[in-house]
Design a protein around this ligand. Sequence first.
Ligand SMILES: [Zn+2]
Length: 258
Amino acid sequence: MEIKKLNETKEKLVILIKDTDHEFINTLRRIILTDVPTLAIKSVSIKKNNSNLFDEIIAHRLGLIPLVTDLKTYELPEKCSCKGSGCAKCQLGFYIKTIGPKMVYAEDIVIQDPAIKPVQLKTPIVKLIDNQELELEGIITLGNGKEHSKYTPAHIYYKGLPKIKIENPKNIKIIEESCPTNVFQIEDKKLRVKNLYDCIICQKCAELSENKISVFASEKEFIFTIESWGQLKPKEILKEAINIINEKLLELDNLIKK
Ligand SMILES: [Zn+2]
């Protein structure tokens, strides 16, 4: 296997993985979606709410707010030494106590551990008018996508690396201009591939060139994209997924040895 980083920003990592197959790439994708944990609001107890929204709607909105996650300090409740009964290692408290008129934002959530905060501070929760009050408290835990999709760390997708073969097509100007992702460029009166990684294999160039251009997706080389929701850095997500796969295999190996 071979990997190459194609693009990395704070929220997004794009890598090219070679010498592998769909099964492995999809395993990696699914482990990230279902097993890589993040912090989220687990439960809410509403003490006062005379806003226009029902308690349930506010609780639902709070649950969906992505929180900056620290995997070194916190433990999944089921893996914690307290066996899930709740301790400082596997849960932390928060509250909101505020009065209108104002828009209540994610930044109004006061969390026990100041290192943990909402990813987007200006996520709106509810608008309060004069004398409307909101008072609630609850707990935040680590969880994973198997338990609830609010814990998923990222949007993950992949595609086979596009392979493009060009054999002297006519209409090269039309082909260059009609590619929706600007894959081609004319150089020395010849059509060349400029942005291979952007190709979405739509086959428009194949149609326009009357099959003088053929485009297909590799079954062994993949462009793998992690778009983090902000709780973890994309690289952390990938490393954690690999740790989880290793742990699962090690557990199976130990069981077989017995
Ligand atoms: Zn615990």
